[in-house]
Structure formats: C-alpha cells, structure tokens
Design a protein around this ligand. Structure first.
Ligand SMILES: [Fe+2]
Length: 211
C-alpha cells in the first residue's frame, strides 16, 4: 500500500491489494450502471475557465448515491469505514461523510472518444475517487492543478483510490483518446464541523437528465 502523507497533493492506494473490494466488484458496478445510470449533460456553468475559453459540455452517465446506498452496501460501508479512515490519514484532519445520500457517492461513466470532464472544484472539501476501469494509455486521466507545482496527471487504474482536496484543487478529466468505458466512483467528505450547504444547487446541476 502506498503511504498517504499530508504533504502530498494527492494520495493513492491500490485497494485491489488490500482485500477490501469484494470478489466481482467491477461486474457489480457495471451491472448497476446498465440498470440505473442516467445520462446527463453538464453545461459548463460550474466549470472554472477564463472568459475567452468556450463553454465545454460534459456528457456522461451517472449513478446517484441513493441507488448505491440501497443496492451496493459494500461501497457505502467502505465510504463510512476504511475509505473515511484513509481520507482522514491523508488530510490529517477529522472528516465527516456527506449528510446527503444522493451526492455522497456517485458512479460516473465516460465512454466516447473525446469525452472530458470539465475543469472544476468540488462542493465538498475532500474527494476520494475509486477507479473501476483502467486507462491503459487511452486518455481520461484525472488532472489535478496545483497552484505552485503545476499539473499532475493520474492515469485511472482498476482498484486504485485517489484522495485529494477536491474543494480547493481544480481538477478535470483529459479527453478519452478512443472509445472505452471510464468508470470512476467519487466520494465526498467534509471537514468535521463544517456546514454542508449549497448541495441542492450542485445536485440539480449534476443529476438533471439530458434532453
Ligand atoms: Fe470533482
């Protein structure tokens, strides 16, 4: 297991070597996507960009947290247990899970060549992303932007968990260079004692089905 240090921009742990992920977990995620995912189109209004940049639209499929809570108890258990502990170790700060089930955990799917996830910061303070598929050089990297240290690109790898301060570090997903199914499971954490507001606005933005 990679050490998670509070001096790093991000922490990364290979959960597939820890025994925390149940046998057949990727199949279970893929089945949930095929049954429950909704197609959404983000209009760029939450994206961080300069005035001159065109508004980019993110088209993706999303499984919301309420589906995960009712049908994939093992993810919810990890979120409230071992992943919360790993996140607190990285943050060196007490954290709280989201009070809002729908946005606490999501499954995000990008599939088509050229698909991106626009540059943004998260509503929550800290974000943990579990990848359920591997890029293998086909783009779709998680790009973290550190104000002083520049861009860091993290290639998705099945079973890999990446933890970073998503509320402060601008991040995006680089374009897929060919068709493949990029599946990420972001989980939101707040600083303990922080109020968890403005979620309704973000939720309606994230989960309004495309026309
Ligand atoms: Fe994010």
């Amino acid at each position: 297991m990679t050490d998670i240090s509070d001096t790093q921009l991000y922490g990364q742990v290979d959960l597939s070597t820890t025994g925390l992920l149940p046998v057949g977990w990727v199949d279970s995620v893929m089945q949930t996507i095929s049954r429950y995912a909704v197609r959404v189109e983000l209009d760029g209004s939450y994206a961080l960009r300069s005035e001159e940049e065109p508004v980019s639209k993110t088209k993706m499929q999303v499984v919301t947290g309420d589906v995960i809570a009712s049908g994939m108890g093992w993810i919810s258990s990890l979120y409230r247990g071992e992943i919360l502990q790993l996140a607190e170790k990285f943050a060196a700060y007490p954290l709280a899970c989201s009070e809002d089930q729908a946005s606490a955990i999501n499954i995000n799917v990008l599939e088509r060549s050229g698909s991106i996830y626009e540059r943004h910061t998260d509503q929550s303070a800290l974000t943990a992303v579990l990848f359920a598929s591997s890029s293998l050089g086909r783009g779709g990297e998680l790009v973290l932007e550190h104000p002083n240290r520049g861009e860091i690109r993290i290639e998705p790898h099945e079973g890999s968990l990446v933890i970073f301060w998503g509320g402060e570090v601008a991040h995006s997903v680089s374009p897929l260079s060919e068709d493949w199914t990029r599946v990420s499971i972001p989980m939101n954490f707040y600083r303990a004692h922080e109020t968890q507001e403005d979620r309704a606005k973000l939720n309606s933005y994230l989960y309004t089905p495309a026309q």
